[in-house]
Structures are given as C-alpha cells and as structure tokens.
Ligand binder design. Structure first.
Ligand code: C2E
Ligand code: MG
Ligand code: MG
Ligand code: MG
Length: 280
C-alpha cells in the first residue's frame, strides 16, 4: 500500500471513494429512468466517399438529453456498461437507427448505417437474435448495416465475442474495426475477426502531414486495406490538407467535422434534401 501519512488522509481518501461510488450509483439510476423516459436520442454523422464526395452512409451516435444539457457518450456509456443498461439501451439505439435509415432508403436514398457496439452488448444473451429482430422489424437489409467494434473485442471471453460477431456476419451484417491502430497487435486481430471495414483512429489523422512516422503508418494502413479488400474510413478529418492527403493516399472514405458534424435526423434530411451539399 502507498504511504498515506496517517489516518486523516486515509479517511479523506475513503470519503472521496464513497462519494464516487454514490455518484456512480445515482448516475446509473438516472440512466435507467432516462431510458424509460425517452431521453436518449441519436445523432448521425455522414460518411463520404472521398473520390466522389457523395454521402454513402451515416454513423449513429447516441446522446442523452438531460434537461438543457446534451450529454456525450463518454459521460454515460461506461456506467451503462457497468450496470448492464447498455443491453436495453443498445437495443433501443439499434432499433431507432434501423427504422430511420430504412425510412431514408424508402425515399430513394441509397445509404448505409453504422452502429457502435460495446463488448458487453455482444456478450449479452440473445445478442444475435436482437440484431436479427431489429433488421426484420425495420425491413433494413442486413448488408446495409455495419456494426463497429473496438479491437479489444477480440481479447474478450476466450473468443466468445468473436464467435458472436461471426454469427452476425452470417446474417449478412458487415463488421468494422473502430479506432484501428490504437489497440496492441492490430494486425493480428484482422486475422481473427473478418472485417469489412477498418476505421483509422483520429489520432493518426490529426498528425497527418506533420509527423513523418504517423503519415507513413496511415499510408500503410490504407494500403493494407486495399490489399485485404476491405474499406478504409479515415475518422476525425478536420482540415482540408488532411482530406487532400488522404485522397492522394487512396483512402476510400472519410468522416470528420470538416465533412459534416454529427446531427439529428432532421439535420441529415435537410443536408440531403437541400442543394447545399457537403463542401469538399
Ligand atoms: P467512435 O465510434 O469512434 O465515434 C467517433 C467520435 O468522434 C464521435 O464522438 C464523433 O462525434 C467524434 N468526431 C467525429 N468527427 C470528428 C472530428 O472531426 N474531430 C473530433 N475531435 N471528433 C470527431 P462521440 O459521439 O462523442 O462518441 C464517442 C464514442 O462513444 C464513439 O467513438 C463510440 O465508441 C461511443 N459511442 C457513441 N455512440 C455509441 C452507441 O450508440 N453505442 C455504443 N456502445 N457506443 C457508442
Ligand atoms: Mg464508431
Ligand atoms: Mg470507439
Ligand atoms: Mg472511432
């Protein structure tokens, strides 16, 4: 144990831990109520084909409308995972997004959908049935849906998560590795998990063109994607130099504030319906 320098500091430490635990429990209760009260909403961030500048898909990103505050996932996904709420929340997210995108497709807009998954969701009972149910009820073709997972999914539960994802793939659902390049042994994971898409972590895009090693690594990931026949999406494009560099490296798809921010469904509809388009 670390030197605490007497009982006083130990007590302060314990009180702090207690406050943290109580805070977490309170948050978990609030989150459960939020789900029941319909306080969660989805934003959609467009994904564009870098060659044609067309929007080819959207990634659904969950938010919590908590009074006046719109809370981002980093404020609640962790606690939702710990309490198990991520399973019903994840099902709501999936159903909501599938329904919306099925509607957009019904109005002659050929678009795909990406939804993020936590490992916890993948390991929950009836996970595969839940996804199949959301597809059947919305009428969204399985091939239109991509499920995004972090590399850590490969390390979980003696391959149980990988097996579940393989079942999803047999349904026709596509898989993407999110934040690629950040986990350890990224390349090894590609062998275990047959993916359709690699999403390059924003930390690479940030230093593109200024850091020689990062630039080389990014180019290597793009070429690897081409050699494996998988789609490559660059995430976190904020500046036009980054966009141009990615284009010249042959990166297929991009996402980022420069292209479009995440927006509520009405925003996406306005973007697509209007003449404004996306300035690329
Ligand atoms: P992610 O899946 O890697 O999502 C991309 C994140 O980058 C989003 O943050 C998005 O708003 C942000 N982003 C997009 N373009 C830019 C850019 O140009 N610059 C910067 N700085 N950021 C950009 P968000 O929405 O806060 O989500 C964070 C993470 O939370 C996601 O990372 C994902 O891992 C998780 N998450 C989001 N929605 C869900 C969900 O429905 N279910 C689960 N299980 N996790 C989710
Ligand atoms: Mg993602
Ligand atoms: Mg992620
Ligand atoms: Mg990411």
């Amino acid at each position: 144990a670390k030197e605490m320098g007497g009982g006083g500091r130990l007590e302060i430490y314990a009180a702090h831990m207690h406050a943290k635990v109580v805070g977490r429990l309170e948050l978990q209760t609030q989150l459960r109520q939020a789900l029941a009260n319909g306080e969660f909403l989805l934003e959609y961030q467009p994904v564009v084909d870098l060659e044609s500048s067309q929007v080819t898909g959207v990634e659904a990103l969950v938010r919590w409308q908590h009074g006046d505050e719109r809370v981002l996932p980093e404020g609640f996904i962790g606690p939702a995972e710990e309490s198990g709420l991520i399973t019903p929340l994840g099902e709501w997210i999936l159903r909501e997004a599938c329904e919306k995108v099925a509607l957009w497709r019904a109005s002659e807009w050929d678009i795909t959908l990406s939804v993020n998954l936590s490992v916890k969701q993948v390991l929950a009972p009836r996970f595969v049935e839940t996804v199949a149910g959301a597809l059947a009820d919305s009428g969204l073709p399985a091939e239109v849906l991509t499920m995004e997972v972090d590399e850590e999914v490969v390390l979980e539960s003696q391959g149980e998560a990988v097996e579940r994802l393989a079942q999803l793939r047999r349904l026709g659902v596509r898989l993407a590795i999110d934040d690629f390049g950040m986990g350890y042994a990224s390349l090894a994971h590609l062998r275990e998990l047959r993916v359709d898409t690699i999403k390059i972590d924003p930390s690479f895009i940030r230093d593109l063109g200024t850091d020689g090693t990062v630039t080389l690594l990014t180019h290597t990931i793009i070429r690897l994607g081409q050699d494996l026949g998988v789609q490559v999406v660059a995430e976190g494009i904020e500046r036009s130099e980054q966009l141009e560099q990615l284009r010249s490296m042959g990166c297929g798809y991009g996402q980022g504030f420069l292209v479009a921010r995440p927006m509520v469904a009405e925003g996406v509809e306005a973007l697509v319906g209007g003449e404004a388009g996306i300035p690329l």
